[in-house]
Design a binder for this molecule. Structure first.
Ligand SMILES: CC(C)(COP(=O)(O)OP(=O)(O)OC[C@H]1O[C@@H](n2cnc3c(N)ncnc32)[C@H](O)[C@@H]1OP(=O)(O)O)[C@@H](O)C(=O)NCCC(=O)NCCS
Length: 185
């Protein structure tokens, strides 16, 4: 039946993972992904009780088509949507070179390099948009994410004490940032 070394079944090929901009039709799958990651015991996300509604998500993804300062990319394994990367540029003229990012991968598809691939996509988007710095907040207990970010080249810029209010009370967040290499063009 499953997985033993003596199995005569040929190994199933790893699914092909593709990264592409999110489309309005992805709204329901993105809401499901946010809700299921948000429910995990690890308490990784700010939103534990769901994401936007499907209609709100669809409207947001539609609006992004005409708005170059934010983006959502998805990772698709075969036909299943398994990862999300969100980017949004600061609107203040003094920090216009900075964009904030959010990332999540479905629990069944972790440790396959998808998070890293989406961060590479974030850097490509930033280069194209003239963004020089990517930043994010991560909870101090989120070791998988901090390891990924540090391995990728993000640095800790500080600890923001009691920065977020959650059901359990106020919690700290680590501020991390990645400086893009200077453009050669
Ligand atoms: C954090 C998260 C995005 C990582 O995604 P992923 O696709 O599993 O990451 P990758 O497979 O690309 O990992 C790349 C590297 O990051 C590090 N890493 C990732 N997960 C790790 C873990 N659980 N423990 C230790 N290191 C880890 C490793 O260095 C890994 O390289 P390796 O597998 O060759 O050792 C994913 O665990 C996730 O979605 N978690 C829940 C949501 C979340 O925390 N989002 C971030 C909020 S700030």
């Amino acid at each position: 039946m499953s997985g033993g070394g003596d199995s005569t079944e040929p190994p199933r090929p790893a699914p092909t993972v593709r990264i592409r901009p999110a489309r309005p039709e992805d709204a329901a799958a993105l809401v499901d992904l946010g809700a299921s990651v948000g429910r995990e015991e690890g308490d990784w996300l700010l939103n534990t009780n769901g994401w936007r509604t499907v209609a709100e998500e669809r409207r947001y993804l539609r609006a992004l088509k005409r708005y170059p300062h934010a983006a959502v990319f998805v990772a698709v394994a075969d036909v299943e949507l398994v990862g999300r990367l969100s980017l949004a540029r600061d609107t203040h003229p003094s920090s216009y070179h900075v964009a904030d990012l959010g990332l999540m991968i479905s629990a069944d598809h972790r440790r396959r390099g998808i998070g890293r691939a989406l961060l590479e996509q974030a850097v490509a988007w930033a280069q194209n948009a003239g963004v020089r710095k990517l930043e994010l907040h991560v909870f101090p207990w989120n070791e998988p994410a901090t390891r990924l970010y540090e391995a990728f080249g993000f640095e800790r810029e500080g600890l923001r004490r009691e920065h977020y209010r959650r059901e359990s009370g106020y919690v700290d967040a680590i501020l991390m940032a990645y400086q893009l290499p200077p453009s050669t063009s």
